[in-house]
Design a protein around this ligand. Structure first.
Ligand code: COA
Length: 702
């Protein structure tokens, strides 16, 4: 396969050819040339059309090969039937990147031609963006090779979108919202280049401060995650994903599988990778705009400065929701803010400088917060009062923002009110200052800044090292496969669990009563006795199960009763003996599962187990590899976690042993790809120091 060109040539091409350039306004081949010319592309522009002539002051070349110089990028806007031929010509010309606008490939079932086209391109040292895209924008060379609106504003946000129509709409919105772009790419069918390739460029691109991804479906999920884990440590990544619906195909195989279906895995693994998931375009733009400009906070402490108690309370609630720490050293807060707060105000955080606060009081309070090293970020709230005119409000915000900007301390403003406030918002935004008419949105932006700050400063992932006798596990699996099974039998599952160091109840088979009496000490009382017979499948129905056997007398009684009822149930049943099992006291029941997720590879799940799994769906997912800390965090993220900490005088449970099960199963699935699903339900978690017992295990194979 040929060497692939540096992706830089896509973002900084020295020359662009448009194959299918048209002189007819209204055609896509016209709009693209028009945008390239009008938005001031700095390289050479070569329109190609067999008719020749001129357009927009440019010579039209009849053939690509007629172009005298090199061509870095070719934008293809010819109908689908002619597209492959254009790709062949690009290969002859030595073009590096192709942006294939043309629709009519895999999105309508024409998969093979798309595959062939990409294969040919790659074999000839070219890469393809698309097909089925609206084009792309690259700020470094002012290239607007898209058929959306012109006049794109340069800035620090890079957008990658899978949706065409939404992407075009986004260009318009960025202009209205004053969001500057470093790049915007439509990836369409993602037949070759996808989000991962582009992220790798943005990671090192100094113009890109924030990355926004609009994703509908993921193709190379494991590679995407690996890249995101790295990129989010350097730059904030915001994602909007359409479709929170189920992925039907993987529903029934296991609880883990069906719970994983409903978008939970995507949500969890993105969060784990430090990606911020926005619910709407508005939210995403607000975050991107703020994050592309805000300095990193030097610590966790945030202060709310407000002229109204109500919005202060709203902001406090929002801070809790978005994980923002409100500075709480009351003595220090008093010291900082009492000189600037009226006696009837409050120096507690939110700091309420009251409705009479004007330019001077706000400025003093914000200066006090700015000057104090213990305050690391500020939310400045304002409810409309008669004290401020629109002009003084604008001045207050502009002046104070400038001071914070110079000092490198993050601040944002939320101003609430009527028409005067709306006008002020518009005026403030002209200065690239973060201002919001909604408290929640303002706080969410600050919350995301803290998410990024935590991600960027978190220690590098230290996956927990675990030993596993892979050969032994694989041997057990091979035997099951040789039997034509895609699941393991209970005793085979026990072998796997033993290798993972996860304890199951002690059990053994005794061939008769004398044998049972001789072996019972190996299991211990209390125990459960079950009939061992291949001819009796429903043991309970046959009276073949006895619980709570406490001593030798009980053992003998249970044995005799089981034999009598099983013979009555099925006279000709061949009975091999009885199974003696340790009877485990059911305390806190947890489910732990691990599986090969179709998109993201090995993933683990932990949640409230037993019979509540499907009803409460109190489960948490993560992808592998996993650190011990992250596995602990997983367990503490379950809503039922207080049960593990010990409620109403109960002792705390052995969370560390449960964490071992999570890591053990995750590690198993990550190292033995033959296993599709493993699920332990319930894992009985004993008191701290007493370990866990896995009662029921299901292992499914590919
Ligand atoms: N080399 C150069 N020019 C060629 C050519 C070739 N091999 N074959 C055709 N052309 C010229 C045509 O003569 C025409 O120019 P003209 O206006 O001077 O006649 C121009 O290229 C365009 O071809 P045309 O046949 O008029 O196609 P079109 O403009 O109606 O449609 C596409 C072409 C690519 C826009 C259309 O096929 C398509 O895919 N549209 C959907 C695009 C889309 O929505 N993408 C996804 C967005 S998210």
């Amino acid at each position: 396969m040929a060497n692939h060109p540096d992706v830089k040539a896509l973002f900084e091409p020295k020359s662009v050819a448009i194959i299918g350039a048209s002189s007819s306004p209204g055609k896509i081949g016209y709009s693209i040339v028009n945008n390239i010319v009008n938005d001031g592309y700095t390289g050479k522009i070569y329109p190609i059309n067999p008719r020749g002539g001129e357009m927009l002051g440019l010579k039209i070349y009849e053939k690509l090969l007629d172009i005298p110089g090199e061509v870095d990028v070719a934008v293809i806007t010819v109908p689908a039937k002619d597209a492959f031929e254009s790709v062949r010509q690009c290969a002859q010309k030595g073009v590096k990147f192709l942006a294939v606008i043309t629709s009519g490939f895999s999105e309508i079932g024409n998969k093979q031609e798309e595959l062939d086209m990409v294969k040919f391109a790659r074999e000839n040292g070219m890469r393809i963006l698309g097909p089925n895209i609206f084009g792309y924008y690259a700020s470094k060379v002012s290239l607007n090779a898209a058929f959306g609106p012109g006049g794109i504003k340069k800035g620090g946000v890079a957008i990658v979108t899978q949706s065409g129509a939404l992407g075009i709409a986004m260009i318009g919105r960025t202009t209205v919202e004053n969001v500057g772009l470093s790049a915007l790419l439509s990836v369409g069918n993602k037949a070759d280049l996808d989000e991962t390739d582009l992220l790798e460029y943005f990671e090192n691109d100094s113009d890109t401060k924030v990355i926004l991804l609009y994703i509908e479906g993921v193709l190379r999920g494991d590679k995407l995650l690996e890249t995101l884990r790295r990129v989010t440590r350097r730059k904030p990544v915001v994602v909007i994903k359409a479709g929170r619906s189920t992925r039907g195909a993987m529903a029934a195989a296991s609880h883990t599988g069906s719970l994983a279906g409903a978008d939970n895995v995507f949500d969890a693994v993105m969060k784990q990778a430090g990606v911020m998931r926005a619910e709407s375009l508005d939210e995403a733009f607000a975050w991107c705009k703020f994050l592309s400009n805000a300095p990193m906070p030097k610590g966790p402490n945030c202060c709310i400065v407000t002229n109204g108690g109500g919005v202060g309370v709203m902001a406090t609630d929002a801070c809790e929701k978005y994980g923002i720490t409100l500075y709480d050293d009351q003595a220090k807060l008093k010291e900082i803010f009492s000189p600037v707060t009226p006696a009837f105000g409050s120096t507690k955080n939110p700091v309420d400088i009251t409705g009479q606060a004007g330019y001077e009081q706000y400025s003093k309070a914000l200066a006090a917060a700015l000057d104090n090293d213990q305050v690391h970020s500020v939310l400045a709230l304002y409810c409309e009062t008669a004290v401020f005119s629109a002009e003084t409000l604008l001045k207050m915000i502009v002046d104070n923002y400038a001071k914070y900007k110079a000092a490198g301390k993050p601040i944002l403003f939320s101003i609430i009110g009527g028409e005067k406030i709306d006008r002020t918002c518009v005026a403030v935004r002209e200065f690239q200052i973060p201002v919001f008419p909604d408290v929640y949105q303002a706080v969410s932006c600050m919350g995301m800044l803290y998410v990024h700050s935590r991600t960027a400063t978190a220690p590098a992932l230290k996956a927990e090292a675990r030993t596993l006798n892979v050969a032994h596990v694989k041997e057990t699996i091979a035997k099951a496969k040789a039997d034509g099974r895609t699941f393991l039998l209970p005793w085979e599952s026990k072998v796997v669990m033993d290798e993972c160091g996860i304890r199951m109840p002690r059990n053994l088979v005794a061939k008769d009563l004398a044998d049972a009496k001789a072996k019972v000490r190996e299991v211990g009382y209390p125990l459960v006795m079950k009939v061992a017979s291949k001819d009796i499948i429903h043991k309970s129905d046959a009276g073949g199960v006895k619980l709570g056997i406490q001593d030798d007398a009980g053992l003998e009684k249970a044995y005799n009763e089981i034999m009598t009822s099983c013979k009555a149930y099925k006279a000709d049943a061949r009975i091999e003996g009885v199974e003696l099992c340790e009877q485990v006291k059911l305390t806190t029941e947890i489910i732990v599962g691990a599986r090969q997720d179709k998109l993201f590879g090995p993933t683990v799940m932990v949640g409230l187990g037993g019979i509540y799994v499907e009803v409460l769906k109190d489960v948490v997912f993560r992808s592998m590899p996993l650190s011990r800390d992250e596995a602990r965090k997983m367990v503490s993220d379950i809503r039922a976690y207080p049960l593990l900490k010990g409620v109403r005088g109960q002792k705390p449970k052995d969370v560390e042993a449960l964490v071992d099960v999570v890591l053990g199963l995750g590690n198993l699935v990550a190292t033995v790809p033959e296993i599709s699903d493993i699920e332990v339900n319930p894992v009985v978690v004993n008191d701290a120091g007493q370990g866990v017992v896995a009662l029921d295990v299901r292992i499914l194979l590919f």
